[in-house]
Ligand binder design. Structure first.
Ligand SMILES: CC(C)(COP(=O)(O)OP(=O)(O)OC[C@H]1O[C@@H](n2cnc3c(N)ncnc32)[C@H](O)[C@@H]1OP(=O)(O)O)[C@@H](O)C(=O)NCCC(=O)NCCS
Length: 199
């Protein structure tokens, strides 16, 4: 039998489950992931859990041209669970958006030779029918709060030069454009490197 599109190897599933169980035992996560913020009565922001991954991968495929294999999402969830958040409908548990980040160490994006810790926003997306309701903004402010709590020095991301909605959101959150990255995306579109200093 061919593996399904969202096939998750059993060993990885077990590892992720174990890790999340240890978080639950430590009281870090609730039954279905710790709630991070309540946007309205209808939408809450939570830490992502392994069972959210198929929905997250589907939203990524529907909303963004940059898609990744399931192992990429699983790896980020395993290594950076505090920086992988989902927006969930309280009534049904449906995942309607996500943000996932990676913590990296290196030189500051704006130049300089000190070594800093950087929160790389790898992917952000909200299901189309839920756009414009503040979900993307709340996912971002929640993950930025987490970075600030953990003394991360800066947050950075790449965005397509023509993605006006996202650029406007990032600017409203305090990111600014550091430089253009020519032909950054596979289809030849250039990217903008945007940075927000956190400390
Ligand atoms: C970008 C994206 C995540 C925004 O999510 P969202 O939930 O629709 O955004 P919000 O409702 O939180 O709006 C946040 C801000 O985005 C901007 N924005 C949202 N909808 C917009 C629209 N239709 N036109 C212009 N700006 C818009 C505004 O600055 C808005 O702030 P404001 O409402 O205070 O003015 C969403 O459009 C999306 O998933 N797009 C496809 C995937 C994508 O492009 N991801 C980013 C890749 S870098």
């Amino acid at each position: 039998m061919l593996p399904s599109l969202f096939y998750v190897p059993r060993s990885l599933k077990t590892r992720l489950k174990r890790k999340h169980n240890s978080f639950k035992e430590a009281g870090v996560l609730g039954k279905h992931g710790k709630m991070v913020a309540a946007l309205t009565d209808e939408v809450v922001i939570k830490h992502a859990e392994p069972e959210h991954l198929p929905s997250i991968i589907e939203i990524n495929r529907l909303e963004l041209p940059e898609n990744y294999p399931p192992s990429f999402f699983m790896d980020l969830l395993e290594r950076f669970p505090n920086y992988f958040l989902v927006a969930v409908l309280t009534k049904t548990g449906e995942v309607v958006g996500y943000v996932m980040c990676r913590i990296e160490t290196g030189f500051p994006s704006e130049g300089g030779f000190t070594i800093v810790r950087k929160g790389h926003v790898v992917s952000l997306a909200v299901k189309k029918q839920f756009h414009g309701k503040g979900i993307g903004k709340t996912l971002m402010t929640s993950v930025l709060d987490e970075m600030i709590r953990n003394s991360i020095d800066e947050s950075f991301l790449e965005v397509r030069v023509n993605n006006e909605k996202a650029i406007r959101l990032y600017k409203a959150l305090g990111y600014h454009v550091v430089r253009e990255i020519p032909h950054y995306y596979l289809d030849g579109t250039s990217g903008l490197l945007m940075v927000k200093k956190l400390r």
